[in-house]
Design a protein around this ligand. Sequence first.
Ligand SMILES: [Zn+2]
Length: 299
Amino acid sequence: MRWIIRVIVIVLLLSVAGLAAFLGPAHLQIRGIEPTLPTEAELRALANVPGGPTTIRIAQSSSQAGAERVLGHSLVILEWANGRRFMIDAAMDQQASEEFGELVAKMSPGMGPVNYHGNVAELLGAELSTVHGVGFTHLHADHVQGIDAFCAARGPGARSYQTVAQATQHNLHTKESAEQLASSCLEPTVLDGDGLLSISDFPGLGIVSLGGHTPGSTLFAAHIDGTLWLMSGDISNVKSKLMSNTGKGWLYSTLFVPENTSRTEELRLWLSALDRQANTEVIVAHDFAAALDSGMPSF
Ligand SMILES: [Zn+2]
């Protein structure tokens, strides 16, 4: 019997070593990314930028209901008075939505079928040609894959705006989307520096490197009609969990998606404190119902 136990122990040790070799570099990489966050005053000052955005809207591309929550995939559109638009995230096309939904159902039993509402081009219709800027909360496929549908319908003429971390620091889960972007219709612009970054083409839009969930996780901030909107991507997947400082669990943050969990906690506390201030709304990418609750108009 003893040799059986020995074999089992050796197999277990080899499995752990293999897993560590596979995930270790991603964990080390993301622990080294903790850029300086802007102050609340700096974020509020977006309200005073001349020529800032005038409207903000959200659309849901697909959704999948589970026992505890509905997992939504959405995109946010900001518009300026001159008609130029900026899109945050691109969701997925129908095939990718269904494949992603099957993967989610395997990882978290109880999730129902995917309810597909349309790709970015179908959702935007004639507005598509006025989208001149695109940003991503991070480079996971469920936020990036839809850029192919965008490019197929829009053609050239739009730029992507990325922090240095998002443009250069990739891991096993972001590499594919980075490659997809590199061969997409988007003309890349890389924004240097920490804290609140801005772009002259889209005045009043704030871009902040976050880390935590992925090396290139990014916050988008805009002040519109008296409300400061903060698009936080996947720092939390459910707004109530962001507000109660509840993490995604060891299994998710260690094995499924290598996260810097002390950083995601710091970000949850920072974002929830901001959300508790008057006229400040944090938008959690996968929680469409919470976005509607916070008063963001949909289309
Ligand atoms: Zn996501």
